[in-house]
Design a protein around this ligand. Structure first.
Ligand SMILES: [Zn+2]
Length: 463
């Protein structure tokens, strides 16, 4: 059999791996590549014929793993897309949001005559294509072996990270020889609010693992709740100011809301008004409620004793734009959770516009901010930033924490490999990481005697 890493090779986004067993072609993930130099349109250039793919296996809903599926379907893929039930629901939500982003970019480019690259920007796909793709989804529960063909069996193993996220573990009959292989997708962390800990994978011959945090270790001196209590106590209780938390609507926001619920219901802090200002976050929370049996035991126990973990007295989900603007007129201390996490677009822009010059405002970053984003400029300490066509001085306090990072760190990635049977594991392929992260993880694993490959994009490896 043959493995080709077509995306997320020496980079983070655009996960897309082709596994060929004889003539049978399995595509593991089909994500949007944000790092393509020309434009999002270049995601159309698949390095294979989409119609020749037999089946797609999707590890989780994040757009860098799922976001190019509608393009694949639009260009001729006609097979099934296999994933867990929450992944199917969350993917639909995220893909429809992608369409909105494409449409607004297209509208802007038409308004200004030309797009960034000299041509009018066309949406990569439309709602119709998302629906065509959703028709192909077939869901499989965690830890339930599923026979894709007579020769290929697939099992989804939970990896934390996001509701529904799974490693894809294959048992393959390759011309009479049994081979096993696992693709980790993205690996989460232990003790993450709402989500279960990643489960150890069964022993395999070949492992394709993510490497986002290779060489980096998360700070571990304080828990999520301790960190939030410290920030809220200073900003909202002592200084009577407002706290703005830019957060990804799906996953991060639900973990944050649950942590705040625990803090306020246990009386660790006096009640502070909390606004969740993101329509997508409200919809995603409904999906989290639907799969209540898949949240971790602590969250389930909380539900039993205290009720809905995503609702509390001083919490408001802001639905429409009018109500969102009213949040700016709320003069009591408050916490505003809004998207997008890197501050590029979304309702968070309004909140920043009205609060960035407020000495009594703190902006707490809980996620990664890519270079070139407003979030990145604030984090590097720019004293003036450009928001909504105005240059504004930054008087708000800027803070960052990694306690809510949804990726395991270097030690977690190492430990995940260490649960494997070393004598059996023939090769570890590193994907989904910057060059330096991959190298650091490769060095760590090689030092312990593992065989590691940092694959070249598009190069096929015979296994
Ligand atoms: Zn992910």
């Amino acid at each position: 059999m043959k493995l080709t890493i077509h995306g997320a090779a020496r980079q983070v986004t655009g996960s897309m791996h082709l596994l060929e067993i004889g003539q049978y072609k399995i595509l593991i993930d089909c994500g949007l590549d944000y790092e393509k130099d020309r434009s999002i349109q270049s995601n159309e250039d698949f390095p294979f014929d989409p119609a020749a793919i037999d089946v797609v296996v999707l590890t989780h809903a994040h757009i860098d793993h799922s976001g190019n599926i509608p393009t694949l379907v639009r260009l001729g893929f006609a097979g099934q897309i296999l994933c867990t039930p929450p992944t199917a629901d969350l993917t639909e939500l995220l893909l429809l949001d992608s369409v909105n982003i494409f449409m607004s970019k297209a509208a802007k480019s038409h308004k200004h005559g030309k797009g960034k690259f000299g041509t009018n920007v066309q949406p990569l796909y439309l709602q119709k294509h998302v629906m065509d793709a959703m028709d192909r989804f077939v869901t499989i529960g965690f830890n339930k072996p599923f026979r894709i063909t007579g020769d290929v069996e697939l099992t989804f193993v939970p990896v934390g990270h996001l509701l529904g996220a799974a490693a894809a573990v294959f048992k393959i009959n390759d011309g009479g020889v049994e081979k096993t292989m696992a693709f980790t997708g993205d690996i989460g962390r232990k003790n993450y609010p709402v989500l279960d800990d990643p489960q150890a994978l069964p022993p395999v011959d070949f492992l394709v693992t993510e490497s986002t945090y290779g060489g980096r270790v998360h700070t571990a001196d304080k828990s999520v709740e301790e960190t939030l209590v410290d920030v809220i106590d200073k900003c909202c209780v002592k200084e009577q100011g407002r706290l703005i938390i830019p957060a990804f609507s799906i996953g991060r926001t639900q973990s944050l809301v649950y942590s705040l619920n625990k803090i306020f219901s246990s009386g660790l802090l006096p009640p502070v008004k909390v606004f969740v200002d993101s329509p997508m976050a409200a919809r995603a929370t409904t999906i989290f409620r639907k799969y209540h049996n898949l949240v971790n035991k602590e969250a389930q126990d909380f539900y039993q004793s205290q009720g809905d973990e995503f609702e509390f007295d001083n919490l408001t989900y802001v639905e429409n734009l009018h109500d969102s603007r009213q949040v700016s007129n709320y003069y009591e201390p408050c916490i505003i959770i809004s998207s997008a996490g890197m501050l590029e677009g979304g309702r968070i822009q309004d909140h920043l516009f009205y609060n960035i010059q407020n000495f009594y405002c703190t902006i707490l970053f809980i996620g990664y901010c890519a270079k070139g984003t407003l979030g990145h400029r604030l984090l590097r300490g720019d004293s003036i930033v450009h928001i909504k066509d105005r240059d504004l001085a930054v008087y708000a306090t800027i803070k960052q924490t990694d306690v809510l990072s949804a990726h395991g760190d270097h030690d977690d990635l190492m430990n995940n490999v260490r649960t494997q049977d070393k004598a059996r594991l023939k090769n570890i392929f590193l994907v989904h990481g910057e060059d330096s992260s991959m190298q650091a993880l490769a060095d760590g694993l090689s030092a312990e005697g593992y065989t590691v490959t940092i694959p070249e994009k598009g190069l096929s490896y015979t296994l």
